[in-house]
Design a protein around this ligand. Sequence first.
Ligand code: SAH
Length: 343
Amino acid sequence: MRSEEHRENILDLLPEELETAVSELGEKKFRASQIFGWLAKGVVCFDDMKNIPAVLRAGLAERYYIGIPEAVRRQESKDGTVKCLFEFADGTQVESVFMKYEYGNSICISSQSGCRMGCTFCASTMDGLDRSLSGGEMLAQVLAMRNLTGEDIGHVVVMGMGEPFDNYIQLSRFIRLIHDRKGYDLGLRNITVSTCGLIPKIREFAVDFPQVNLAVSLHAPNQKLREKTMPVARKYGYEELLRACREYTEITGRRITFEYAVIDGVNDSTECAEELASKLKGWLSHVNLIPLNEVRGREYKTANGKSVASFKKILEKNGVAVTVRRTLGSDIDAACGQLRRKK
Ligand code: SAH
């Protein structure tokens, strides 16, 4: 829990913890549900909680603050995408992106400020890990974005800065916080978590949150190539990762999404596509091809449209479900992690 002087972020409290807090202030437990409901509405000060007695509001304000971050930078794309650099009370900055899709509005949130996974094509990891976010701080990005855009947000993807499975406990708290029906009440199936492949956590996640969608960043058809761009592959090998993913689909009965950023001359060849297809054939899976977002200070170039299209065709020919990610917000800083670095 992050403190602002001596106070704690009330957004970090799960309903039962809020009940305890309210009882300690000498008030009835039902007040906790009311407060939890107000917080999910995105109120920024305790005095906005209209049906809460003034004494309780004052008591809460002495012990807690409402940790909704401030948008210190904001970029809006013609297609409706809004990208924000949010700053928390202690100065920690993260990026979140609001996107409009046919099926509804979605937000991509960060789970850490910076990242220590070291993927060589990614901007978020260039300065290493600053710190992990709390569950309340993940929720706060959704609330802040909704306040800012005035739009409903019905889908959350944890695909911003950071590795969510490197912050598993707080990720779990976030899911419980946003899913609680007294609060934001977001369906578990409307949440997607993306990991670079921390195998023990994939196994835990399958048991803890079988209804939440899982995406795994693969980015290569084999161990040798994956090691080159993703240092995590040295700890968790390719074949073992695929085994864990297969187990995941068996435990949950859910399809898994594999992300594949297509990088010019690195992983975009016909051979790569054939090899990937042979490994994923017959799986309950889906490949999401992401034309690489070029990052300042990184040498990688995005694969051209032709090689992405032929990569896609090869997967399809082998019966592997595949889509090419629609590029949203390409007229604003596209690759995540770039806004924070651009000072
Ligand atoms: N750490 C998690 C989630 C954050 S990154 C993960 O690795 O999955 C979200 C996705 O964006 C990942 O698939 C990541 O590999 C990808 N990504 C990172 N940098 C990128 C870039 N420059 N272009 C395209 N995709 C990128």
